[in-house]
Design a protein around this ligand. Sequence first.
Ligand code: ATP
Length: 271
Amino acid sequence: MAELIIKDLHVSVNDIEILKGIDLTVRSNERHALMGPNGNGKSTLLQAIMGNPKYIVTKGSITFDGQDVLSMEVDERSKVGLFLGMQYPSEISGVTNSDFLRSAINARREKPISLFKFIKEMDKAIKQLDMKPDLAHRFLNDGFSGGEKKRNEIVQMMMLKPQIAMLDEIDSGLDVDALRIVSDAINECQKENGMGLLIVSHYARFYDYLKPTHAHILVDGKIVLSSDASLVEKVDTMGYEWIEQELNITLKKEEKKAPLSLGSCGAKKVA
Ligand SMILES: Nc1ncnc2c1ncn2[C@@H]1O[C@H](COP(=O)(O)OP(=O)(O)OP(=O)(O)O)[C@@H](O)[C@H]1O
């Protein structure tokens, strides 16, 4: 069973501390919803786990099956089974989608994948995501619509078969049908591979499809609440303001979204 363990993680960007002590464990088959007001550090956490050099870890640890992730290069993190589906996927002209994926797959295998198997798997993924068949031969994300880029991240996930997949607002920009198609693909991939999921989204509809086993709220660089999927419903109906009263913390003014109301969903205060 795969296990990603994050302990007391502090991360700075441009000398400003964004993450201020994150503790989180994600295991195979678990589905963690990570929510929180805008600009509080969700993407920063995912980028730091994947090793984006802009995000400097100043304290704490990240281990994957007992191995020190922080001492690994980005490609090594991918090879051990970590995957990040990006909020803003990059466009790379000159590299076709299929070349990119084949190289990424071969980098983590002793023997290169046969062309036959690769084409079969890529066709299956493209069909499952209901994407245009020419996608494999186009340059990576070049000229792709917003929704196509997000679906393409899931094609990559299906092909790479990670042990822990982190999805950063992969639902944003998807129409209602695409949201269902993408969710079905994620669910099937998890069923086949037993991967663990860490999912950042602002929308309950996406979580309705993915059925989180755990849910967390991140505020000002800390996970302040952890619970089950009932936390997603609570945020969907009440926003985040109730957290101020329940935990006696202050949300930044511009992050307040919902009308003030109180309630409890049995969430556990963790910070
Ligand atoms: N590469 C970067 N350069 C400068 N500042 C950054 C960078 N990445 C993140 N930040 C800052 O770190 C803070 C947290 O940003 P982050 O993207 O992690 O928040 P988030 O919770 O994912 O927000 P959202 O829900 O809006 O996506 C913000 O103030 C953001 O401006």
